[in-house]
Every structure is written in C-alpha cells, then in structure tokens.
Design a protein around this ligand. Structure first.
Ligand code: FAQ
Length: 349
C-alpha cells in the first residue's frame, strides 16, 4: 500500500499544484514509453487522485449496477436464466471488491468509500439510476450496458496504471460472458411471440439513450479527458467510444428488427406519453451508415437529462443510494463489534 492521501482535501484534483519538475518529467517519460505504473511508485498528486476517482467510481458502479438485475433473480423466467443471473450479479459484486482494493492502494480507506457511496457523496454510472421494470430490461442491460462496459474497459485496459489495467483484463473476460448471455436473451425475445418482441422494443427504447450517455459527456464538456489521455489513464475520448458503441449496436439492433427511437422520458425513467396516450418518441431520422465518414450517424442523447441524473436527480437515485445505506447500516453491528466504527453522517439525497 502506498503512503498516502488521507484527508478529503488531499483527495481533490488541484490543477494549480506545482510539483518537482524533474520527477514529473521522469514520470511522464515512463508513461510515454508505455511502462506500467505501480502502486508503490512516486505518483504526481493529480494522477493519484484522478486514478483513484476513476477506480472508485468504477467500483461504486459495479456494486450499484448489481441492484437492478439483482431484483430479477427471484423472477427469472427459467432455472437456467436464474442460475446465469445469480452468477452474473455475483461477478459484478466481485468486480466491485477488486476495484475497491485497487482504490485503497491509491490512498482512500475502503470504509470511507462505502460511507461516501451510502451518503451520496460519490457517484456511480448514470445507467444504474434507471428502472428495470420487465425481464426484457435485464436482457437489454446484459446486452447493451455490458457491451458498452466492454468497449470502454478495453480502452482502459491499455492504460498506464498497472493494478487497474490488470483488473480490467480480468473483468473484461467475465463481462464477455455477460454480453453473450444478454445477446442470447435478446435473440430469444426477438425470435419469440409478438408480445415478447414488443417487450424487447419497449425495453430497448428505455436503454438506448442512457447507453449513449454511458461514455460520459461530449468531449467539449469533458474536463478530465485531456490530462487523463496525457497520463494514459484514459486511452480514448468519450465521443470516440460512443461512436464505437453506435457502430457496433445500431446495425445489430436494426438487424434484429428493433427500431431506434429518440424518446422523451418521464420522472420515473419510462418513455413519456403524449396527451393521446401514445409514447412520446419518434424514429431517429439520423440513423444511417455514413459511407464518407465510415460511421453510423445518430441523434445525441438528452444531455440535460444526463447531468440531472449524475447530479442525483434521476429516476432511481434515491432508491439505489437508500438501499446501499440500508445495507451499510444493517452491517453496522458487525463493524462495531469487530472494529468499533461510528455511525454514518447525514445523507445528501
Ligand atoms: N455516469 O470529464 P469526464 C459496468 C462524470 S461498470 C456518471 O468525461 P472522466 C459493469 C465524471 O465522473 C461501469 N457520471 O470524466 C456492469 C465527471 O465527474 P467529476 C463503470 C459520469 O472521468 C454492467 C464528469 O461526469 N465503468 O457497467 C459518467 O474523464 C451491468 C465529467 O466527465 C467505469 O466507471 C457516467 N456515465 O470520464 C455492472 C469505467 N460519465 O469527476 C452491472 C471507468 C462522466 O467531474 C451491470 N470510468 N461522468 O465529478 C471512466 O471510463 C470514466 O471515468 C468516465 C468519465 C467515462 C465515466
């Protein structure tokens, strides 16, 4: 474990900070040579904090990401699907454990991370603040959210921080199983009855927008992409990864018979209804392969919705954080008995 950062002040990125220029230049030269940086190496403050924030955000996302699917374990439509879902949820929680370990070595205690998640101080991925009202939502999560995670994490596995890179390689192998299982579930629904196809389409309409947002805000609004690319914490920009996702999933969805819509959402995260009761959405007129660009065109998602959701005001934020808090509080007596820990500070949500 590296010596480290302990107070919350020290856990903030400070772009005005000046550090020993020789050490900073040596560090950058190692990154430019493609060397992996290890936990006990000297790290510039902003690299350490940036990497910690990314790994902690990722760990939180894996833990909270298990919740929407976990709700479906008791309602899976067959024993086979139930067993696969139990294994998948267990994998995601395991990824969270691995990533909290990686984050701990960067200087924040595990207990502080769990407390910050349970009190809404730290974030997790936007997609996990949406509801999964049907089994088809579970299929779309495994197909598209896991698919998006693989695209993102493949680029992160080319990064510079050794412990995180090694975690990404292992996690990606397991995510590949989840993606395959999701693909099979979507294929089953789209090869099924009219009702199953409608269920799949409705779930797709709920998840397409949040999945486009998965890769983060447009590059022009991403504050950290520039420095993170210089340090190879990130190896592709948000827009590049989003385009890769559309190039992969738009033709696949169309080939399955799904339609790609631009949909308005209500406060519950469901597609809103017009006055006449029909869904408030239109087919995305941009969707087509642009021969000249060599990419699929698409309509950008609602970025106001993205910032609202990551700011704490999404359809399921309170429910998800509330469940983490409940779980933390229920485990309090164990921590108290074994470690003598105190209670939680007031929640932000
Ligand atoms: N959701 O300047 P950027 C999974 C925030 S695991 C929420 O572009 P950056 C497996 C961002 O933190 C998925 N917040 O930031 C699974 C920043 O906030 P700050 C987890 C977001 O760091 C599947 C602000 O916006 N994967 O799916 C999001 O360069 C199924 C400005 O953004 C990872 O965490 C978002 N989508 O790029 C589990 C991968 N995007 O710090 C269960 C690692 C941005 O200014 C079921 N992380 N923000 O307060 C990353 O790749 C990057 O950190 C990004 C953000 C892309 C998330």
């Amino acid at each position: 474990m590296s010596a480290g950062v302990t107070s919350s002040e020290e856990l903030k990125i400070d772009w005005s900070l000046k550090e020993d220029p020789c050490r900073v230049a040596d560090f950058q030269a190692r990154i430019d040579r493609g060397e992996l940086i290890e936990a006990d190496d000297w790290l510039p403050h902003n690299y350490r904090v940036g990497m910690l924030r990314m790994a902690e955000h990722h760990a939180n996302s894996e833990i909270v990401g298990a919740l929407p699917e976990g709700e479906w374990i008791t309602r899976a439509p067959s024993l086979l699907r139930k067993m696969a879902l139990i294994a998948k949820v267990q994998d995601e929680v395991g990824h969270g454990q691995m990533l909290y370990r990686t984050s701990q070595d960067l200087g924040k205690s595990r207990d502080q991370m769990l407390r910050d998640l349970a009190t809404g101080k730290t974030r997790y991925h936007n997609v996990f603040n949406y509801p999964a009202p049907t089994w088809a939502d579970v299929a779309m999560i495994q197909w598209m959210v896991d698919g998006a995670a693989i695209l993102n994490q493949k680029s992160l596995a080319e990064g510079s921080y050794g412990p995180y890179v090694r975690s990404m390689k292992r996690i990606n192998m397991e995510e590949a199983f989840h993606f395959k299982s999701g693909e099979d579930m979507v294929l089953t629904l789209m090869g099924g009855t009219k009702r199953q196809k409608t269920m799949a389409q409705e779930a797709f309409d709920r998840w397409w927008g949040p999945c486009l947002m998965f890769f983060g805000p447009p590059d022009r609004e991403s504050t950290k992409t520039g420095p993170f690319m210089t340090w190879r914490i990130k190896t592709a920009t948000n827009d590049t990864l989003r385009q890769k996702f559309v190039d992969r999933f738009a033709p696949a969805a169309l080939a399955l018979g799904l339609k790609i819509h631009v949909a308005k959402k209500n406060a519950d995260g469901l597609v809103a209804c017009k006055a006449d009761g029909t869904p408030d959405m239109i087919e995305d007129s941009e969707i087509r392969f642009d021969e000249k660009a060599g990419h699929w065109r698409f309509t950008q998602p609602d970025w106001d919705e993205f910032f609202r959701v990551i700011g704490g005001d999404g359809p399921c934020n309170k429910k998800r954080v509330g469940l983490r808090r409940f779980s933390y509080e229920q485990g309090q007596w164990v921590r108290k008995a074994v470690l003598g820990y105190a209670g939680l500070p007031p929640t932000r949500n």
